[in-house]
Design a protein around this ligand. Structure first.
Ligand code: GLA
Length: 631
């Protein structure tokens, strides 16, 4: 394999451990994997949710109707386990704070003593082999209450009785939902902390109490990130307390706002990266794009959530099987939760076959937990590649446009050698083929070609870190001031259309750690030498890497050519289980890459620290080029 001009290795010896002062140093190694692992989301959760099928017009009959089909059609056996209620179940909050269920829609909830309980429903679902999910809001009021006027099934009563969200009731509600009612998942929305400022019409009219907004989805500057995070962390803590066996899923629904990218992975099982999906091709692409550049932020236990599936409706209905297959393929490549949002009582068999396509589900549920990495991206074509637990690659070639396009899949996209055969299996058709170096493809409008690929690896004796994002966590990614990602392709938000002045950028992700690119999505480069492979991250960062049995860690390090400040030297350190294994000399912008390597045999956790002296306002990007774990 080609190596850059490597200068002197500063390998170290020894086992110098950082002084105690390091304890106050945020970059000090901890020897501990810090992404969330509590809860039951070791793999992305799969199931069904009422929202995309029924919105607020949900009932017990509708929910059980779809659950029965999931069981009888065999979808349950393929992994669809969670049957989730979304908004629309609540009647009001009683004077003692206990939530009351709409018994007109959920008749089994009415107990002989006049109280209401979802226990009969969850018992029924559990008896069918399912897990059960419920919905709430982190504020006092819900999305439906705040944003819709003519909707059915709104909570009714006094102002206080209509306060159905968790705010001020976290411990009481979580205990009720999980201990007493037996739910296994909760989705916690955020409308109650963004819509009820004192001057809003629904506050002035006396309908709801004001709650000074913590979140402005269109402006990170007007968002109280710390306070928002603290509210959700309180829910995490209550979930852990009420579920000592960890059988819970915390689904965080903040639509990518409040810099949730940087903190959800410390507390939530899944976290929404965008506003709502709609059954519109461009909207589905937008939701995908908000997750696609953050593979290093998704791990077993804490996944990116580009929102629920819309297969069955609109651009993804039975007349649009190409689009439906694309949607499903892309969600599987993203390790997205696979939550069906379709009234299965009237499901089309061709769409049931898509939802049940085992080979695609297997990509989503692959035990290695590696979200796909972008190997190529443009307005027309995106190529996503993921490394599977058995070493195979899955690759999706997406035609974003409504015209046919040509694309070439290159051996290099797969990190396979160009001089040996690469075997491809088309996952949807089963067709097998072989190529070397380059495979020319023609894609129908909106088609995604999805393959499993096997070939000769460029790196024969290990894995590049960018091939194992599920095991790499940018615990501290160096981002000082969150910025919106300008590369997320925007799409019309249907409830606002073009009546608003613009679709505001909601996603604070720009500058975060990237697989195979710089934090700003450029090609990694050190002193003019370009690298296809590596981890791009800002200085003053600490990456955690799980080591499953590898003996050596090798990399080339330097300040990236996309640096803006360029004044600060950067020192690179490798730790194994908290002990320093290797350190570079201070490296400056324009200096050739230096090779750094460490013996990591027997070390479970490797930490990669890049530090500059002082605290620059905008730390420069650095590269762990060709970083790899080797046997
Ligand atoms: C928000 C969420 C949706 C759905 C609705 C319910 O818009 O993002 O997924 O839960 O609220 O009102």
């Amino acid at each position: 394999m080609k190596r850059a001009a490597a200068t002197a290795l500063v390998a170290l010896a020894a086992l110098w451990t950082p002084p105690l002062a390091a304890q106050s140093d945020p970059l000090a190694p901890t020897g501990r994997w810090s992404a969330y692992t509590r809860g039951a989301a070791q793999l992305p959760p799969m199931g069904w949710n009422s929202w995309n099928a029924f919105a607020l017009d949900i009932s017990e009959a509708k929910l059980l109707g779809s659950a029965q089909i999931i069981a009888s059609s065999g979808l349950a056996a393929k992994g669809y386990r969670y049957i989730d209620l979304d908004e629309g179940w609540w009647a009001r909050r009683a004077a003692d704070g206990r939530m009351v269920i709409r018994t007109d829609k959920f008749p089994s909830a009415l107990l002989p003593n006049g109280r209401t309980s979802f226990r009969p429903l969850t018992d029924k679902l559990h008896g069918m082999g399912f897990k059960a999910g419920i919905y709430s809001d982190i504020g006092r009021n819900s999305c439906g209450q705040i944003h819709s006027d003519d909707i059915p099934n709104k909570p009714s009563g006094t102002v206080a009785e209509r306060e159905v969200g968790l705010y001020g009731h976290v411990d009481q509600d979580i205990a009720l939902y999980f201990r007493e009612w037996g739910f296994d998942l909760i989705k916690v929305d955020g409308c109650g902390i963004r819509g009820l400022w004192p001057e809003s019409p629904k506050v002035l009219s006396g309908e709801f109490r004001a709650l000074t907004p913590l979140v402005d989805s269109g402006s990170l500057g007007r968002t109280d990130i710390a306070a928002t995070r603290a509210l959700y962390d309180h829910v995490r803590e209550a979930l852990e307390r009420n579920n000592p066996d960890n059988d819970f899923i915390f689904s965080l629904c903040l639509w990518g706002a409040a810099d949730v990218r940087s903190w959800a992975r410390q507390m939530a099982s899944i976290s929404r990266t965008s506003e709502d999906i709609f059954p519109i091709w461009g909207r589905m692409l937008h939701n995908m794009d908000t997750s696609i550049r953050r593979p290093l932020y998704a791990h077993p236990g804490s996944w990116n959530d580009p929102d629920m599936l819309y297969i069955g409706t609109g651009d993804f209905d039975a007349k649009h099987l190409t689009e439906a297959r694309s949607h499903f393929s892309l969600w599987a490549m993203l390790n997205a939760p696979l939550m069906i949002g379709y009234d299965l009582r009237n499901a089309d068999p061709a769409l049931m076959a898509i939802l049940g396509k085992s080979e695609v589900i297997a990509l989503d549920q692959d035990p290695a937990g590696n979200q796909a990495v972008l190997a190529y991206d443009s307005d027309d074509v995106s190529i996503l590649v993921k490394t599977l637990a058995n070493g195979d690659k899955a690759v999706a070639v997406l035609n974003r446009t409504s015209d046919p396009v040509s694309a070439s899949l290159m051996a290099s996209h797969l990190k396979y050698a160009a001089d040996a055969d690469i075997a491809l299996t088309d996952i949807w058709t089963g067709a097998r083929s072989k190529f070397r170096d380059r495979q020319d493809l023609t894609l129908a409008p909106r088609e995604t070609l999805l393959f499993r690929a096997t070939g000769k690896r460029v790196l024969p004796d290990g894995l590049y870190l960018s091939e194992m994002p599920g095991s790499v966590n940018p615990a501290i990614d160096g981002v000082v001031a969150p910025e919106v990602d300008p590369l997320v392709h925007r799409a019309v938000l249907p409830w606002a259309g073009t009546r608003i002045s613009r679709e505001p950028p909601r996603y604070g992700g720009w500058g975060g750690a990237q697989a195979d690119s710089t934090p700003w999505s450029e090609q990694i480069g050190i002193a003019g030498k370009r690298f296809d492979t590596g981890i791009g991250i800002l200085a003053n960062s600490r990456l955690e890497v799980r080591n499953k049995g590898y003996a050596r860690f090798t990399t080339l390090v330097g300040v990236d050519d996309s640096a803006r400040d360029r004044g600060q030297p950067v020192t690179f350190e490798i730790y194994g289980d908290g002990k320093l294994l290797a350190r570079s000399r201070p490296m400056r912008f324009g200096e050739a890459a230096t090779s750094l390597e460490a013996n990591v045999a027997g070390k479970a956790l490797i930490e990669l620290v890049a530090r500059t002296p002082g605290k620059p306002r905008f730390p420069d990007p650095v590269a762990w080029a060709e970083a790899a774990l080797r046997r």
